[in-house]
Design a protein around this ligand. Sequence first.
Ligand code: 5GP
Length: 210
Amino acid sequence: MEKGILIVISGFSGAGKGTIVKKLLKTYDNYALSVSMTTRSPREGEREGIEYFFTDQESFKREISAGGLIEYAMYCGNYYGTPRGYVEDQLQAGRDVILEIEIQGALKIKEQIPECLLLFVTPPSAKELERRLTDRGTESDDVIRRRLARASEESEGMEAYDYIVVNDKLDECVREINGLVDAARRAPVRRKAFIKEIRDELKEFAKGAE
Ligand code: 5GP
């Protein structure tokens, strides 16, 4: 069996990544979502082990030392990291694992696991991004400004991704991402088991012809 695809979804804060990921998980049954560890405080409504594993700096650093994170990064003053065990188990079981992480982490994942798929989600315009951040109503003006500044920095790294996906209409965006994953599944780098199998079979036939 082929391993699952590791899908990294990044994008500006407020681009709608969270909503997209929820919809992907609800609509298709091949996806599994990795829950990250963070030192950020929970927002209203966020639950331990669902949106994040919330922790303090000391425990986070202990997890880094123990090698328990595939990658981690500092984002707006807080640590965020991807726990290793769950991701590796799910990929091995053939499930497509989604990481919703920022760009530094995405690049670290690409270094370690080159056959991952890097997707960058963006609203149609900067103006629309500002509107979505303001409408969300969960962050103060100061935090919104910091997130917009961060978005400007992150836009410098967009070329590192495999695909840019514009999130204008949610359903279309979700379909588009699923289509990209489906296409990615056909790339030779992700069909290693199949290639080996058919090669071995062909060798057997070739022997018979000698
Ligand atoms: P938020 O505080 O809005 O939930 O997340 C802030 C940023 O951290 C988002 O861009 C999110 O994708 C990213 N993030 C969440 N989990 C991880 C992680 O495990 N590793 C990295 N590198 N970034 C993460």
